[in-house]
Design a protein around this ligand. Structure first.
Ligand SMILES: *Cc1c(COP(=O)(O)O)cnc(C)c1O
Length: 479
């Protein structure tokens, strides 16, 4: 069924209201300074309560959601988030906290920050943490600023950050915002970092090598220890973009792979629903050497009490107001505690199993540009289908007609026409089969009648959007 839903402003009729305010109850208005009261809000939509509720419910039904089915966006880890975590984060005590409350009165939440830090340190093997960054990219920036300050303190002038050609776009962006120049390192035919190329460019001008583990092709860098040795031999640091930590959480300690600092995405691995730019958190974990540079404020435990301290003279300073994304932090702690160590191991095992099941079931139908073993995601390309004039974007759009969210397309950039599929550990075999079936049917349609795929989607309320125009001429306000 196709639903035409006008904007709420277009549905407005002057004089309609949602609630009745009795005259005598109006008296509270008398207590407000009249200069602060508005007679009218220009363009304010006027509707009844059921009209408002129905409007938003109809819009919500046009959306895809992880509560409807698989959401296999590679790199994004769109997994199902247990309701338990929502219930805990929604407890009144958390909702009504104020960051300027007396430390004595907020010991509970300070302990939650502290306990999550301790658990993340245990899971990564690192020495010190900050929960402040509001996203993965923000964690990258925070970490790179710490490295910059570290070398500034030592009086060393290091200008470069090394980045894999398969890296997430946030890596070079963060390095550049922190004031570094970037040097790109190519991947080999096996989809791993070219160690010989690294040896050539690694010198005393390089501050940091940024590695994504597993990389964005879903491949584990088997030479990571050797890579770390090369970087360390010239005095540089090794950074791990751990946004996709779910693929090896509780299985391997990043600290033992030679990693000096890293971020993890609470909103991917540790179960916060995300999308549309938030909410999230990108805690940064570091080795001892870098601890003095962590941002402030930090949570410290003294004589059994928790407090917030800004007394760290070498800190890079503040990167965020107050203490971080509290609800995301509470959800992450609830998730880790409810899963336990064995549960987290299963997370890593099942997300890898699911990705490999999809790989095996689709590799006859779609081209697999890198054949190395897959971890939590698998990257195909549209190479076979392009012969019929069909691209990864067309396939993504056609999937919507089958009631399936599309995978990530056209990323990583080193794969032409990439289809990057990450099923996550929360999908059942039945749901994976539904996705596989849709992909196989589309491959068949492309053989028999490519037009139907090229003109997809046919069943959604909105057809293809002009994504470039939407980004270039952003218009978020109705006039
Ligand atoms: C998601 C992701 C990021 C960025 O995280 P945000 O929270 O979106 O800023 C960085 N690197 C990789 C590999 C990612 O998957």
């Amino acid at each position: 069924m196709k639903v035409e839903e006008p904007l709420i402003f277009e549905k407005s009729k002057p004089g309609k209201i949602g609630i009745l305010i009795e005259e005598e109850e109006d008296s509270f208005l008398q207590e407000i300074d009249p200069t602060l009261l508005r007679e009218e809000i220009k363009g304010f939509p006027e509707l009844s309560e059921p009209e408002v509720i129905r409007h938003f419910h109809r819009l919500a039904r046009m959306n895809w959601a992880v509560t409807l089915g698989i959401y296999p966006l590679g790199s994004c880890t769109m997994k199902y988030n247990p309701v338990l975590n929502e219930e805990v984060a929604g407890l009144r005590g958390f909702l009504e906290l104020h960051p300027e409350q007396d430390m004595e009165d907020i010991q509970g939440i300070l302990e939650i920050y502290w306990r999550l830090e301790q658990l993340l340190l245990q899971l990564t093997g690192m020495d010190a943490a900050t929960l402040l960054p509001a996203a993965g990219a923000h964690g990258e920036l925070t970490a790179i600023m710490m490295v910059k300050k570290f070398f500034a303190e030592k009086g060393e002038n290091r200008e470069f950050v090394l980045i894999q050609d398969s890296a997430h776009g946030t890596n070079p962006a963060s390095a550049s915002i922190a004031g570094f120049k970037t040097r790109e390192i190519k991947s080999t035919r096996s989809g791993m970092l070219d160690v010989a190329a690294l040896e050539k460019v690694m010198d005393e001008k390089v501050a940091l090598m940024m590695m994504t583990v597993p990389n964005t092709l879903g491949i584990f860098e088997t030479q990571i220890v050797e890579i770390a040795e090369i970087v360390h031999s010239k005095g540089g640091f090794v950074y791990c973009d751990g946004a996709n930590f779910n693929s090896f959480v509780a299985k391997i300690l990043p600290s033992r792979m030679g990693i000096d600092l890293m971020h993890v995405n609470l909103h991917k691995t540790f179960s916060t629903p995300h999308g549309g730019g938030g909410p999230g958190a990108g805690p940064v974990l570091v080795k001892k050497e870098l601890e003095p540079f962590l941002p402030i404020p930090r949570i410290v435990k003294e004589d059994g009490k928790f407090k917030v301290s800004c007394d760290f003279p070498l800190s890079i300073g503040r990167i965020k107001s107050f203490f971080g994304q509290t609800a995301v932090i509470v959800r992450a702690l609830a998730y880790i505690l409810s899963m336990g160590g064995e549960g987290l191991k299963r997370v890593a095992e099942v997300c890898v199993l699911n990705a490999n099941y999809i790989r095996r079931m689709l590799e006859e139908f779609f081209y697999l540009p890198y054949k190395s073993d897959s971890l939590h995601e698998v990257v195909f390309s549209d190479k076979f289908q392009r012969e019929k004039g069909v691209t990864a974007m067309d396939i993504a759009k056609r999937l919507l007609d089958y009631g399936v969210h599309s995978p990530t397309v056209f990323f990583p950039l080193i794969v032409k026409g990439a289809l990057m599929i990450e099923p996550t550990e929360t999908e059942s075999k039945e749901e994976l089969d539904r996705f596989i079936e849709a992909m196989r049917k589309i491959a068949q349609e492309i053989e028999e009648n490519p037009e139907v795929v090229k003109t997809a989607p046919h069943s959604t309320p909105v057809k293809r959007c002009d994504e470039v125009l939407a980004a270039r001429r952003l218009k978020v306000r109705w006039e």
